[in-house]
Design a protein around this ligand. Sequence first.
Ligand SMILES: Nc1nc2c(ncn2[C@@H]2O[C@H](COP(=O)(O)OP(=O)(O)O)[C@@H](O)[C@H]2O)c(=O)[nH]1
Ligand SMILES: [Mg+2]
Length: 504
Amino acid sequence: MSADDAGIPRFAVVGRVNKGKSSILATLVEEADNARIRISEIPGETTRCQSIPLVLGGETLVEFIDTPGFNRARQALAWLREHHAEGSGEARIETVRRFVEAHRDNDEFQDERLLLEPVLEGAGVVYVVDASKPYRPDFGAEMEILRWTGRPRMAILNHLSPENDYSEEWRERLGESFNLTREFNAHRARFRERIRLLRHLLEIEEGNRAKLEQTIRQLEAEWDRRRSEAADIFIALLGRALTERVCENVGGDRVDRDYKRDEAERALKDRYRAELRELERRHHRRLIQLYKHGDAEFAEEVGDALLAGGDDLFAEETWQFLGLDPSQLALAGGLAGAAAGGSVDLATGGLTHGLGTLIGAAGGFFAAIWKGRKLAEIRVSNPLSPKGETAAGGVKWCAGPPKNPNFPWVLLDRALFHFEHLVTRAHGRRDRFVIDFNQLRARGEKHGYASRLTADRRRALQNWFGRLADRGREDSEDAEAFETLRTVLREIEEGELRVLEADD
Ligand SMILES: Nc1nc2c(ncn2[C@@H]2O[C@H](COP(=O)(O)OP(=O)(O)O)[C@@H](O)[C@H]2O)c(=O)[nH]1
Ligand SMILES: [Mg+2]
């Protein structure tokens, strides 16, 4: 297939083996599955070209060709020089064509032939080097061969190791043979950097400008759509977690003694916790799928590995470093709820000292819940209340949601933590992907996302949480919460709101 057949821009990704060619492509097209784009520490595992399309909505927008890379560039260049008759008028690309023809039936220059074929068919060239290693003259032969093809060429400086940086040296050399040299880190690049790389391709490949511009627009739209879907996953998770309960009819003889009552209550709370953990997992898996870190089946597996690194939702520790601190909680509107419920005695402090004390008093109340052992205490409604009696003479007990007003914020923080992992994780990485709460714990008190939101945003979300508690899910207007979440997600995507430390 030639480039013009379907009007799809094509680029051959070339360079020496183990410079991160496949990793760059996996990151660029969001392919996390090693079965589809093989990335390996062992050099020479790729022995043929592989077409790697950038597909959106079922349509191929750009086609990349992953090549095995150069193997005997110096000898190949010697062949070209020897067979090119200077002054004969033959274009150099024709000599390259003869080179490929001459070696079609033998494997003397198999790798060179494989990478030159798509270029001769019209593909642009993306040359990948590792800027953490110094430039050596034998790279010059590779660059020279690519120059002979006359095709638009861009060079990418990848950094396989963070220790050394020979970018300057490389830039100087690459500048002689390439139209453009740019950095792209296969392990760290985020969405913005991927878009930037596509823009660079557009700069060198004038002929495909319209198609590449369309690709960039479609990718931006796709991320915008994903952000909306992600916000809706948050809405679904929080909406259900804050309203659903686990109920059970408890037979009279099961609760006719204190110890039996305690036992039944404990069992019901355990069931509630198990269901909530599963609810959280299910929604986090949907995020994993949405950001292409696993298809349905893969997400299950990856999701579990990923979530295994996460702390338990109900662990005391989780509640200590996520969510809001007491005064933030009071300001967000928790105060109103607590006062209405008659849980806080505001009579003295509130009336005589104004709002500051009021908040202080409520803060004190939350601090008490905080320091007590009741962080994740679950509400059990109507235990032994005669009103809860069922037809069978038993009693209906319901567990959930947790009493602590920080519950929605902890849940939100955990989901945002997963979200930041998903949008910062380059798809070209093949190391184990875990979400490690230890990173947060080491830092001391409150350092999730919720505690850094502006007061306005916290209030918008708290209002929705309050409505959910009062009216249930169906009757709670969530448009403002949805927009607030979308904004927060965008800020995390752009790195403006961040909790994770960069790693490599
Ligand atoms: N730390 C780090 N390692 C990388 C990066 N890019 C590639 N690698 C690693 O380098 C090795 C070779 O990568 P691969 O993409 O298979 O190289 P290729 O042979 O040029 O296709 C693999 O072990 C990758 O995980 C990077 O940006 N940072
Ligand atoms: Mg490869």
